[in-house]
Design a protein around this ligand. Sequence first.
Ligand code: ATP
Ligand code: FE
Ligand code: MG
Length: 348
Amino acid sequence: TTVLSIETSCDETAVAIVNNRKVCSSVIASQIPIHTQYGGVVPEVASRQHVLTINALIDRAIREAALDWTQIDGIAATVAPGLVGALMIGMSAAKTLAILHDKPFVGVHHLEGHIYASYLSAPELQPPFLCLLVSGGHTSLIHVKDCGIYTELGATRDDAAGEAFDKVARLLNLGYPGGPIIDRLASQGNPHLYPLPEGNISLPGGGFHPYDSSFSGVKTAVLRLTQKLQAAGQELPVADIAASFQSSIARSLTKRAIACASDYGLDTIAIGGGVAANRGLRATLQAAASDRGIRVLFPPMEYCTDNAAMIGCAAVEHLSRGHVSPLDLGVQSRLSVMEVMSLYRADC
Ligand code: ATP
Ligand code: FE
Ligand code: MG
């Protein structure tokens, strides 16, 4: 099964062609430098930018894959969740191509893309497995029973992991996006210098929630720490703070992912989302998992953050099972990953 896939849910315009679990071509135009001028993603600007770049990206993806339309089985686009105007551009482009070339249209849930990004590095992977989804907007433990059948077993109660990286980087004046910068700095710092909270959520009867987490407390602890060091007239040891922060997030996510996989008898954890690129998290989780005979899989580095290849991967899974979307499908700013089957025709 070969699909052309489009991703425009936020500030990346991306197009890919995927054959089963292999990337034939994948192109991305990031809008980060444009939005940085405004201090955050401006939805109207994002939509306009998608309109300006999408056609050229589609042409490039087809040229780089060296395929013609007869070799493509379906056209996919992210339809939820995300910025409505931004999603609309990618979905309209995909529907237009589907009608023009008489191909099925496959609407894809963005988080399903992050879940299946690991198929690109581990094509033999089959459900059931546990997905630790750690992105800019989400932090969840998802039981992947089969394609389209998901149960969210745990989540963050406040900030997403990627959001915590971005906010801490901002309060340390490091720039955006914060994750890659903190990752780099952390490798030069001492992760044990400043003990920070591990995002536990206390339960009324004592102890803490096994799978849910909270990251806003870690961020506040970093803020207090920097204020204290600055009040003492010290120059901020940014590398040590970055390393201590990254280690607390990595330990927190690892603890919960391992407990969840063990409790549910799942022998594989696949990570997805931008924070899956984090070297501290990769190392901590890998070490803890191998101690318990659990296999950990990561997407290739370039497919952790938003891209269209992962959307293509999810679309291949659906299309090969006959899941096709109606041409009057709309976009949705929010949609639980547990409701993805609502994107497909009832008769399929
Ligand atoms: P969502 O998928 O929830 O809608 P998103 O698409 O914005 O959110 P992604 O593109 O998956 O999120 O990931 C972006 C996030 O990943 C940012 O918060 C960024 O800081 C973080 N990130 C990227 N690389 C790293 C890294 N090496 N270490 C930690 N965080 C990282
Ligand atoms: Fe994403
Ligand atoms: Mg993004």
